[in-house]
Design a protein. Structure first.
Length: 463
C-alpha cells in the first residue's frame, strides 16, 4: 500500500494517546518470587564410562540449553512470513526465544467443502519445523465459531448435522495430528454472542445450552476420542464472568481440563493491561488450581485506540481490504512506540514469570508484515528485523533467566549449584580430553543425579 493511502487512514482512525512513555511497573518482590519458584538446587555426580568419577577440584562448565517454563510464540498468525526470502532468519529468531509454538488449525483455512480437508502446506511446514526443534506444540483450536467453512454457518442446516460435522472434525484433528501436545478445546466460547443468531454454528451452540454447557460437551467429546490429551480453556479477556462460570461449571461437573488460558491483546486503551490488573487476573484464575497460560499476547508498537467506535471502524476498514484481496492497511510502527512496547513487554513478562500459577507465556504476532488487525504488534518488523521488544525478551529469556555457571567438583565427582529449571549440558576437562554430559534440573528433585560423561570429538580441523 502506498504511503499516500496509508497516512489518511491512520489520521482518520487512530486517536491521540497521551504518551508513548511506559510508566515502569513496581514489580514488588517479583525477583524474589522468580528466584524462589523458577530455580532449584541441583546435586550431580559426574561419571566416566568406566564407572570412575571425575576427580576432586575439577572445574565444570554448566550451560542451560532449554527452559522447563514455556516461553512461546504463535506460528498461527504470520501468514506472509513463509513467502519471504528472510523466512529462514524468521525461524532462527523464533527458535532463539521460544521452546513452545502455537500451530493453526483454523477450520476454513483447511477445508472449504465437506470431506475435502487438506491441511495447508505452510501450516504443515511450520508444524514439522517446530516439532523438529523439540518445541512443545499447541493446536489452535479444536473448535471455534470463527474462521468456519460456509457449511458450518449455513442458516438452513439442521443442528444435528452440524454437530456430526463437529464430532468428525475433532476426531480428525486428535487422530491425525498426534504431534500436537495440547489443544485449545473451544476457543472463546462466550464470544458466540457476537455471531448472527441465524448462523448454523450459533443455532447448534444454543441447542446445547450456553458457554458452560458447550465447553463441557467439547471436553467430553475430546476425552472420548483421546482420553490422555491435554486440553486448554481459552478466552479473549480476563474480565468475562461467563468465562469464570464455564470454568466453575466444568469443575463442578467433574469434566476435567488441564489449563486455563487468558489472552491479552492490547489494541485499545480499554484492553491495555496494567500491573494491578494482570496480578489480580492471575490471582483470580489461579484460585482454580490449574496452570495458567497467558496464551495470546499483543503489545502494540503504535498508538492504541482510545475508544471502541474508532477501533471497530478501523477493523471494518481492514476487513474490507482483505475481502477485496487488496493489501491490508497497516498503522506504522514508530521508534517511540517500539520502545514503549519493549518496556511494557519486559515488565509484563517479569510479573507473569514471577507468579507460581503461570506455566506458559505466548506472544501472538511475530512480525509486522500484514499484521493481524493492521496494527504492529510484532517482535520483528515488516522486513523480519528484530525490534527493541525482541531484544528485551532475549535479554530476559536467554540471559537474566538462564543459568551459565562454573562449579568445582568435590569428593566422588560431586557438584552442586542453584539454577533455573530446565535442561543442561556439563563440560569438563579430564586427562587432556573434553567430556560432556546432559541432565535436567526439575522442580522438587533432591536426589543426586549421575551424569554419564562422554568424550567430545575434537572438531578443530573443521574450522
Amino acid at each position: 500500500m502506498s504511503k499516500s493511502l496509508l497516512l489518511p487512514l491512520v489520521t482518520i482512525f487512530c486517536l491521540n494517546f497521551a504518551s508513548a512513555e511506559q510508566v515502569p511497573w513496581r514489580l514488588d518482590s517479583a525477583q524474589d518470587r522468580i528466584e524462589a519458584i523458577r530455580q532449584g538446587d541441583c546435586h550431580l555426580r559426574l561419571v566416566l564410562p568406566d564407572g570412575q568419577t571425575i576427580p576432586k577440584e575439577s572445574v565444570c562448565s554448566l550451560s542451560q540449553t532449554r527452559h522447563a517454563f514455556n516461553f512461546g510464540g504463535s506460528l498461527a498468525s504470520d501468514w506472509q512470513a513463509p513467502k519471504q526470502d528472510w523466512y529462514d532468519d524468521f525461524k532462527a529468531q523464533f527458535a532463539n526465544l521460544f521452546n513452545y509454538a502455537t500451530i493453526d488449525f483454523y477450520w476454513a483455512v483447511h477445508e472449504k467443502e465437506p470431506d475435502e480437508w487438506s491441511y495447508n502446506t505452510d501450516s504443515r511446514e511450520k508444524l514439522n519445523w517446530a516439532k523438529a526443534q523439540g518445541m512443545t506444540l499447541r493446536g489452535h483450536p479444536l473448535m471455534w465459531h470463527e474462521v468456519l467453512p460456509d457449511f458450518m454457518t449455513d442458516s438452513e442446516r439442521d443442528t444435528s448435522a452440524i454437530e456430526a460435522d463437529i464430532v468428525h472434525h475433532v476426531d480428525r484433528l486428535l487422530t491425525s495430528f498426534p504431534e500436537i501436545d495440547e489443544w485449545d478445546v473451544y476457543n472463546e466460547a462466550p464470544g458466540i454472542k457476537w455471531r448472527s443468531e441465524k448462523e448454523g454454528v450459533r443455532r447448534w451452540f444454543e441447542s446445547v445450552g450456553g458457554p458452560s454447557e458447550v465447553t463441557e460437551k467439547m471436553l467430553r467429546m475430546a476425552r472420548s476420542i483421546h482420553p490422555n490429551g491435554r486440553y486448554i480453556l481459552n478466552h479473549y479477556t480476563d474480565l468475562d464472568v461467563e468465562y469464570e462460570e464455564s470454568i466453575e461449571h466444568c469443575l463442578s461437573a467433574g469434566v476435567d481440563f488441564e489449563v486455563i488460558g487468558i489472552q491479552t491483546h492490547m489494541h485499545t486503551e480499554m484492553d491495555s493491561i496494567d500491573e494491578d490488573r494482570l496480578w489480580k487476573a492471575l490471582e483470580r484464575y489461579g484460585r482454580y488450581g490449574k496452570p495458567l497460560h497467558l496464551s495470546e499476547i499483543s503489545i502494540l508498537s503504535c498508538e492504541p485506540f482510545s475508544d471502541w467506535d474508532s477501533f471497530n471502524a478501523w477493523k471494518d476498514k481492514v476487513d474490507a481490504y482483505d475481502a477485496r484481496g487488496q493489501d491490508r492497511p497497516t498503522i506504522p510502527s514508530t521508534p517511540e512506540w517500539e520502545q514503549y512496547q519493549a518496556n511494557l513487554a519486559r515488565d509484563f513478562y517479569t510479573l507473569a514469570f514471577s507468579h507460581p500459577a503461570v506455566e506458559s507465556i505466548i506472544w501472538w504476532t511475530i512480525t509486522d508484515l500484514e499484521p493481524w488487525r493492521g496494527m504492529p504488534a510484532g517482535l520483528l518488523d515488516a522486513e523480519g528485523k528484530a525490534k527493541p521488544a525482541y531484544h528485551a525478551l532475549d535479554q530476559l529469556i536467554n540471559h537474566e533467566w538462564n543459568t551459565q555457571i562454573e562449579v568445582t567438583t568435590a569428593q566422588d565427582g560431586r557438584a552442586q549449584f542453584r539454577g533455573f529449571y530446565g535442561s543442561y549440558t556439563v563440560t569438563v576437562q579430564y586427562e587432556g580430553e573434553t567430556w560432556t554430559g546432559e541432565f535436567d534440573l526439575r522442580r522438587g528433585s533432591r536426589d543426586v543425579q549421575n551424569v554419564a560423561l562422554r568424550v567430545t570429538p575434537d572438531r578443530g580441523w573443521l574450522r
